[in-house]
Write a protein that binds this ligand. Structure first.
Ligand code: SAH
Ligand code: SF4
Length: 417
């Protein structure tokens, strides 16, 4: 399958064929963003550099790309002037294309982005008093069709490449003006005071944008390694959270090979309701999922697993549901916290948000059961940037709408004949 092709969801829940690690460009040059040091070294050697040269240049270029955020080889001052055109003839330093940038009244920012081969996706930045969280997408669309999620209604799906994933973080640093000015060792004492290796605004990353990150495991892992690399973006794994709807076979690998915090979109406590609202449940059920959480490498009381629970009126929000949630989390002895997410509406959504009183009552029961259950304040609703509202113009009509239209067309045709 060509990288540029989109996949029509055939109505099942299996992974999407993977695009290669490099999206081909019309000018034949290779975008270095998304590539790890050894791969850069390999490309430099393939292009004719001696092995030792290739290794040294790869190390230097890697630092400039991911630690300093430069977008032009001309800015790489420790690389000889003669060498810089050699690089720019063969390589580029890409960023996702920005189609639109929006600001919410509450400070949330949303960017509509586009890959080089023309697919739209979104990222969101959510600042609050103590942290700045970037919500990163892993796929264009999502194959999983959770009934309360706008992304799930997009029919076309493509995995994002590591470059397109880490590119979101880099773009956010560009927009926030947050690249470190150098390395500590290059700076005089006075300047070192201004050095911001960790940034001040963008402090946390959540893989909670469009898509199911564990259905694009390799690319998400490679991108997050660049984010966590001390000579790359340098963000601690403790500040990164990956959210999954419950792709059990990839969860252990996630803990072992990425090592970030885990969030699980539980959303229901009975098979009947979860089968309906998170269809992946038909494949990987609640008990198996909770067991996989109990086995998640690195989970502990200091690093709890977050269980996300969207509050849907009269669907999953009763007192009994809350009590059953506590029972289940205790049965599996999980180091858990619960995140209650008020349902964010989108056009055509078949649900309403639970009343504030209901959300409070639910939260109280879980708290009384000894498990923290804060209610997440919706952010950026006015620009459709809140959880579950992400959806690009690639697919404006809901699946239900399309099916209705197809039926109408078929019956009109039947009338004619
Ligand atoms: N695919 C992954 C990560 C992206 S969704 C997952 O499902 O976990 C991030 C979170 O937003 C998930 O918990 C998801 O269930 C939740 N969500 C989706 N649609 C929502 C909506 N309309 N209102 C509130 N939360 C929603
Ligand atoms: Fe996909 Fe997550 Fe939305 Fe479900 S909630 S459709 S898994 S993005």
């Amino acid at each position: 399958m060509a990288d540029t092709e989109l996949m029509t969801i055939p109505g099942q829940v299996d992974p999407v064929p993977v695009a290669r690690d490099i999206t081909p460009r019309a000018d034949g040059r290779v975008d270095l963003i998304g590539l790890p040091r050894p791969r850069i070294r390999e490309l430099f050697a393939d292009a004719g550099l001696e092995p030792r040269q290739a290794k040294l240049r790869a190390k230097q270029v890697f630092h400039w790309l991911y630690h300093r955020g430069v977008t032009d080889f001309a800015q790489m001052t420790d690389i000889s002037k003669a060498m810089r055109p050699w690089l720019s003839e063969r390589f580029v330093i890409g960023r996702p294309n920005v189609l639109e940038a929006q600001h919410s009244a509450d400070g949330t920012r949303k960017w509509l982005l586009q890959t080089d081969d023309g697919h739209d996706f979104e990222m969101v930045f959510i600042p609050d008093e103590t942290r700045g969280t970037l919500c990163v997408s892993s796929q264009v669309g999502c194959t999983l069709n959770c009934t309360f999620c706008a992304t799930g209604t997009m029919r076309l799906v493509r995995n994002l490449t590591p470059g397109e994933i880490v590119g979101q973080v880099m773009l956010a640093r560009d927009a926030l003006g947050e690249w470190p000015k150098g390395t500590m060792r290059d700076l005089g004492e006075e300047e070192a005071g201004h050095y911001t290796a960790d940034g001040r605004l963008l402090t946390n990353i959540v893989m909670m944008g469009m898509g199911e990150p564990l259905y694009n495991f390799d690319h998400v892992r490679d991108a997050l390694h660049l984010v966590m690399d001390g000579d790359g973006l340098g963000l601690s794994k403790r500040r990164i959270t990956l959210s999954t709807s419950g792709v059990i076979p990839a969860m252990e690998r996630c803990g072992e090979e990425i090592g970030v915090n885990l969030a699980v979109s539980l959303h229901a406590v009975s098979k009947e309701v979860r089968d309906e609202i998170v269809p992946l449940n038909k494949k990987y059920g609640i008990e198996e999922l909770l067991q996989a959480c109990a086995d998640y490498p690195g989970a502990s009381n200091a690093r709890r697993i977050t269980f996300e629970y969207v509050m849907l009126k009269d669907k999953n929000d009763s007192d009994e549901d809350a009590r059953e949630l506590v029972r289940l989390l205790k049965e599996y002895d999980l180091p858990a916290k619960v995140n209650l997410i008020p349902f964010n509406p989108w056009p055509g959504a078949p649900y309403e948000c639970s009343t504030p009183e209901r959300v409070k009552a639910f939260s109280d029961i879980v708290f009384e059961g000894g498990i923290s259950a804060p209610v997440r304040t919706p952010r950026g609703r006015d620009i459709d940037a809140a959880c579950g509202q992400l959806k690009t113009a690639a697919q404006k009509k809901s699946r239900a709408q399309r099916d209705r239209e197809a039926e109408r067309k078929a019956s009109l045709q039947a009338e004619k004949t």
